[in-house]
Structures are given as C-alpha cells and as structure tokens.
Design a protein around this ligand. Structure first.
Ligand code: HEM
Length: 186
C-alpha cells in the first residue's frame, strides 16, 4: 500500500478552475452611475470648474490674516511666482504616492485657483480669497497629520525650486500651521 500511495497521488485529478461564461453580445452594459443614483455635475464651460454648494464669500474663509507690506510678495516673485509655486505644489501632490489618491475625483481646476488666491492673499500680494473656509472644504476627506506633512513637504520643495528665501518660506508655513486642525480629521 505504501508503494501505491505516490502513484495514486500522481494520478489524482487536478481541479480545473471554474470556466467563466463567455460574455454575450446581447447583454447591455450596466450603467452603474444610474443604478446607484450618482449625479455628476457639469463643469462650467467658461471657468472649467465644477460648481460647489452655495457658501458666503469672506476673507475670513482664508483661515489666516494677511501679512502687511510688500516684502513677502516680492520674496515669492509676485503673483506669477506664487502661481508657479502653488501649481507646482499641487502637481507634486497629485503625483505623490502618499497622498495622490486624496486628490482623485476632486476639482483640481478649482483647487488650483483657490489655493493660489489663498496664498496670494496671505502674502499680501494683491488677491482676494473667494473660496470656502478650511473646515468646510476639507470635511469628509479623512486627511491625516501625515497627509498634511506630505503636502507641506511638497510646498517646501516648490518654494525651494522657486528660490524663495528660507525665512520667507517659513513665514508662509507659519500662517498655514494653525489651520492643521481644520484641514485634517485624524
Ligand atoms: C494648511 C494646509 C491646507 C491648505 C491651506 C489647504 C487649502 C485648500 C483650499 C484653498 C481648498 C479649496 C477651497 C474651496 O474649494 O473653496 C482646499 C480644498 C481641498 N484640499 Fe486642501 N488645504 C490644506 C491641506 C490639505 C491636505 C493635507 C490635503 C490632502 C492631502 C488637502 C486636500 C484638499 C482637497 C482634495 C480639496 C478639494 C475638496 C473638494 O473638492 O471639495 N488639503 N484646500
């Protein structure tokens, strides 16, 4: 019997994986958005932005009081410099494996505009902030302190690339730090 065992094992039939039925061409594809009642908002044809729920516009929504004087605006290269820096920080974040998933399915056209406005406003570079307050804008995103650190690292890198003086970089970060409780949830 002992000699037969290996033979029996070798002859044991190998279980075939279950065969999937071939898709039929007559079956219509399921519209899952419709099934689950997903409504996709249209982008504004002029701005390219997706409308958000109504809110009251206020400078206070920026979450920080602006600096005075022209020094910081100059250190950041004016509005053009600030735009390059905020765009670059978002570009790095959208490619950053630590946080890129958070930005998917969000309106990056709007975020590019509002983040620029906010930084420009805080640095007293001649902008008004027209976006939502930080708590409302980040509600339900589930962002963590670690996510915030990653975003700040990307912002620091974009400021370094733009040759913003270190002391000026830190003055912007000093305005953002107190917002951490409003932009993170864990
Ligand atoms: C102090 C740090 C932060 C500042 C100053 C900031 C700034 C902003 C601004 C200005 C908006 C747009 C508000 C509006 O649409 O009206 C926004 C939205 C958003 N932020 Fe932040 N943010 C911060 C931290 C973060 C972090 C850590 C993440 C994730 C890693 C994040 C992800 C997002 C996303 C996905 C949106 C779009 C939300 C939506 O589409 O409704 N933010 N943020």
């Amino acid at each position: 019997m002992m000699f037969l065992l290996p033979l029996l094992m070798a002859a044991a039939p190998v279980a075939e994986p279950p065969v999937e039925p071939a898709p039929t061409t007559t079956e219509a594809p399921v519209d899952w958005d419709k099934e689950f009642g997903v409504v996709r908002k249209e982008r504004d044809p002029v701005t390219g932005e997706i409308p958000v729920d109504p809110y009251v516009q206020s400078a206070a929504n920026a979450g920080a009081k602006p600096y005075s004087g022209e020094g910081l605006a100059k250190a950041f290269g004016g509005q053009a410099g600030i735009r390059r820096i905020t765009d670059r920080a978002l570009e790095l974040s959208e490619a950053d494996p630590r946080i890129k998933a958070i930005f998917e399915e969000h309106d990056m056209v709007r975020l590019r505009r509002t983040l620029f406005e906010q930084v420009c406003y805080v640095l007293n570079a001649g902008c008004s902030y027209t976006g939502r307050d930080m708590k409302t804008a980040h509600k339900g995103l589930g962002t963590t302190r670690a996510d915030l650190n990653a975003l700040v690292e990307n912002l620091q890198r974009s400021m370094r690339e733009a040759h913003v003086a270190f002391a000026a970089q830190n003055r912007l970060l000093a305005k953002l730090a107190p917002m951490s409780g409003d932009v993170t949830e864990r």
